[in-house]
Each structure stands twice: as structure tokens, then as C-alpha cells.
Ligand binder design. Structure first.
Ligand code: AMP
Length: 418
């Protein structure tokens, strides 16, 4: 038997239905906040990610699915969405659109990480990107939107972590100070040994507990913010306070990608173990210019769908589907049921029937095993009288409904079950 690739999961029903509900809720909130959908290719030129995410990041250094296509070009399965959103934004001249350019994108991302609970090699994200404004009100709005989505899908108890990485100006002094600190201590892992020389900020991403221990007492970027960045950060905190959003300042939250400036944030949830970040995001004010565009700021977030599903409260077990099963006895009833099946579907109801000439008993058993809400039974006498027997399978209640108005009556009952 051929199995799926390690770290890549098949999503099956009923899980897929739950995913749809979550995506539907997210889409509705994006609509309210003025976002529009982008659907972009899974493959991009490798240089797009190498240039934007940063050569020393774990993603680019170790985790990308990169290969040479038949033409000899180096291509990469997208490990994240922001870089390609900016690529598409520039390629299609979207900077000319009025106001803040707000996009969302839902889909799979690929990173060659060590698979474990909450960490996969193909995982899915709900991404939000807002381009064209540096106003702290936008940062606060983006964070509120993220929390709204999480609340709407049923995740109430979360922790919001917040930090500011300042602008490249504030980072000059900070990086010098951080480098002194890093070179003052020995025993770093080989990766951090290299990072401390070439990209000191990336040491904060290290997953080794030993390096994290060595980082105790490291300087914090928030202490190096220039007056503009400090005002920006203070205003976000003030706005979050006004909207009664609890947050915890986390001076080490650098979030693993080189393009972040100013605000970074992460949302964690209890019950996820070591991989407890459900969502993360931040500002990327230099990225659009870095990718060859105008000097426009941007901010965004990504929700990890697998982790979100993991912490959502389970749906009620054994809930019956909004499905009708048509059962029949005899050839005339079979033909009428076939017509009825089509009529019900035209009226927006989900309906199935057996085509394989089973006995009534096994049709009824099938209806039950399919978790149908009701079996609609047609026999000779029902046809003569112009009615159908409807058996509600949750409580075996039975009623006779006129065939002529069947779709309407069933729809009304399914929407408001007695
Ligand atoms: P990032 O794109 O690294 O900022 O991650 C944003 C969110 O995506 C994280 O908070 C996780 O919820 C999710 N995520 C990132 N990497 C993985 C992975 N390998 N497997 C599952 N979810 C992931």
C-alpha cells in the first residue's frame, strides 16, 4: 500500500466539515473588515523567499521544499504567504488601488520541519495582509480581527503576546549591544555560533533549550526604540487597552523571519503542548521595497489551521446530518423516488437514495448508518394517496406529509427541528 508522505495529513470527513465552518467564519469576518480574497500559486521562484524571508532564517536555511523544474529553474513550494502576496501585489499593480489594500488568503504551506504534534510538513494557514498604511490603528485593527476570528470559531481562552522590533534605525544600536552579549557567552549551538556573527537577531529563534537558557538577560529591543517607534508601540498598547484586549509584552518575540519591523505578535492557546502558537504576525515595512516595489508599509498575520482545529472544542458527537434518505418499495415508487430526489436537491436539500435494489429493511439500515436526519418512505399506497411517510431517525417519530409540498415541509422541519 502506498502511504501519504510523512508530515502530510489527509483531511477526511467529518473533519473537513469543521474546516469549512472555520473558513466560512473567517471569510465573514474578513468581509466585515474590508478584506478581499487572493488565490495564489503554490509554487514560486526560490529567490522570492530567499530574498524576503532571509538566508539565515530556519525556513530558508533548512525547511524549504526546493527543486529544479524541467526547464532548470529553481522553484519552491511556498513556506508562507506574505512574500507571494507582495509579489502578486507588485506584479499586478495593486498599489494603485485606493486606501489600505486588504487581502486574505487561505491555503497550504510547506516546510520541511521535524513532524510532531502541531507541526506538519504540509500545513494550512488563514492569512491576512494589509498593505499601504503604517498607522498604529491598523496594527490594533489587525489584532482585533485576528481575535474576532478566533472567538467566532469558538476559541475563547487565548493569550496575546506583543513586541516591537523597531525600525532598521533602532536595530543598529540594538544589534551591536546584542552581539556583545552573544560573544560574551560561549556554548552556543553551531547554528547560533554562526548566527551571532551574521544575523544576531536570529539567535532568538533557536529551538534549543540550552541556547534559550544562555539568552537569559539578553538586551531587549523595546529598550532601544527610537521616539517614533516608541510612540507607535505605545499607541497600539493604548488602543488594545481601550478595546479591553489583554496582552502580555514579550521582548523576545522576533518571529523567525527577517522582514519584520515594529509590531510583532503571537496568539497562544493552552492544550497545544510545545507548539502552542495558534497564530502569529507582524509589520513588514521594508518588504515591499525589498521586493522591488514602492516604499509602502504592510502588516499581517497567519492562523495555523491544524493547531486551531486541535484546540477547538469538539462538536456534539453523534449529531445527525441534514441529510434525507429516500427509501422505496416497488418499481413505481422507485421511479417516483428518483424524481423526488432531484426535486429535493433543486430545493436545496441534501438527499440520497439507494440505486442497488436493496430491501426496505436494508435501505432503512443504510439511512441510519449514514446518520440521515430522516428517511422518506414511498410505497404503492403512499403513491396512491399522494403522500410520503417521513421517519425522523433521531427519535423514530413518523409523520405523513403530502408529496406535493414535501420539499418545503422538510426544509421547514430541518431548519427548526421539533
Ligand atoms: P509563521 O508563518 O511561522 O509565522 O506561523 C504562523 C502560524 O502557522 C503558527 O502560529 C502556527 O500556528 C502555524 N504553523 C507554522 N508552522 C507550522 C507547521 N510546520 N505545522 C503546523 N502549523 C504551523
Amino acid at each position: 500500500m502506498i502511504r501519504a508522505i510523512r508530515g502530510m495529513r489527509d483531511l477526511l470527513p467529518p473533519e473537513t466539515e469543521r474546516w469549512q465552518q472555520v473558513e466560512l467564519a473567517a471569510r465573514e469576518l474578513f468581509r466585515r473588515y474590508g478584506y478581499q480574497e487572493l488565490r495564489l500559486p503554490l509554487l514560486e521562484r526560490t529567490e522570492l523567499f530567499a530574498r524576503s524571508i532571509g538566508a539565515e532564517t530556519d525556513i530558508v536555511a533548512k525547511e524549504m521544499y526546493t527543486f529544479t523544474d524541467r526547464h532548470g529553474d529553481s522553484v519552491t513550494l511556498r513556506p508562507e504567504a506574505t512574500a507571494q502576496v507582495v509579489r502578486a501585489f507588485l506584479e499586478h499593480g495593486l498599489a494603485k488601488a485606493p486606501g489600505v489594500k486588504k487581502y486574505f488568503l487561505i491555503g497550504p504551506m510547506f516546510r520541511y520541519e521535524r513532524p510532531q504534534k502541531g507541526r506538519y510538513r504540509q500545513f494550512h494557514q488563514i492569512n491576512c495582509e494589509a498593505l499601504g498604511s503604517d498607522a498604529p490603528e491598523l496594527d490594533a485593527e489587525v489584532i482585533l480581527l485576528l481575535l474576532d476570528i478566533l472567538r467566532e470559531v469558538g476559541l475563547g481562552q487565548v493569550k496575546l503576546l506583543l513586541n516591537s522590533l523597531g525600525c532598521p534605525g533602532c536595530q543598529v544600536d540594538f544589534k551591536a549591544e546584542l552581539k556583545l552579549f552573544l560573544f560574551d557567552r560561549e556554548g552556543w549551538c553551531p547554528d547560533c555560533e554562526r548566527r551571532r556573527a551574521v544575523n544576531a537577531l536570529r539567535v532568538f529563534d533557536c529551538k534549543s533549550a540550552h541556547c534559550q537558557g544562555l539568552l537569559q538577560g539578553a538586551p531587549a529591543l523595546v529598550d532601544f526604540l527610537c521616539p517614533d517607534c516608541a510612540r507607535h508601540y505605545a499607541r497600539i498598547k493604548e488602543l488594545l487597552g481601550r478595546f479591553q484586549v489583554d496582552f502580555e509584552e514579550q521582548p523576545r518575540l522576533v518571529r523567525g523571519l527577517d522582514y519584520y519591523t515594529r509590531t510583532t505578535f503571537e496568539v497562544t492557546a493552552a492544550g497545544l503542548g510545545a507548539q502552542d502558537a495558534v497564530a502569529g504576525g507582524g509589520r513588514y515595512n521594508g518588504l515591499i521595497r525589498e521586493l522591488g516595489g514602492p516604499d509602502l508599509p504592510g502588516i499581517g498575520f497567519a492562523i495555523g489551521q491544524e493547531r486551531l482545529m486541535e484546540v477547538l472544542p469538539p462538536t456534539a458527537a453523534g449529531a445527525r446530518r441534514e441529510l434525507l434518505f429516500l427509501a422505496y418499495v416497488g418499481e413505481a415508487a422507485r421511479d417516483r423516488a428518483l424524481a423526488l430526489l432531484y426535486e429535493l436537491r433543486q430545493q436545496g436539500l441534501a438527499a440520497l437514495m439507494d440505486f442497488d435494489h436493496r430491501s426496505l429493511k436494508s435501505q432503512m439500515s443504510l439511512a441510519d448508518r449514514l446518520q440521515a436526519a430522516a428517511a422518506v418512505i414511498l410505497g404503492e399506497s403512499e403513491l396512491e394517496e399522494g403522500v410520503a411517510q417521513v421517519k425522523w431517525l433521531a427519535d423514530s417519530r413518523q409523520e405523513r406529509l403530502p408529496l406535493a409540498e414535501l420539499a418545503g415541509s422538510l426544509a421547514a422541519r430541518l431548519r427548526a427541528p421539533a
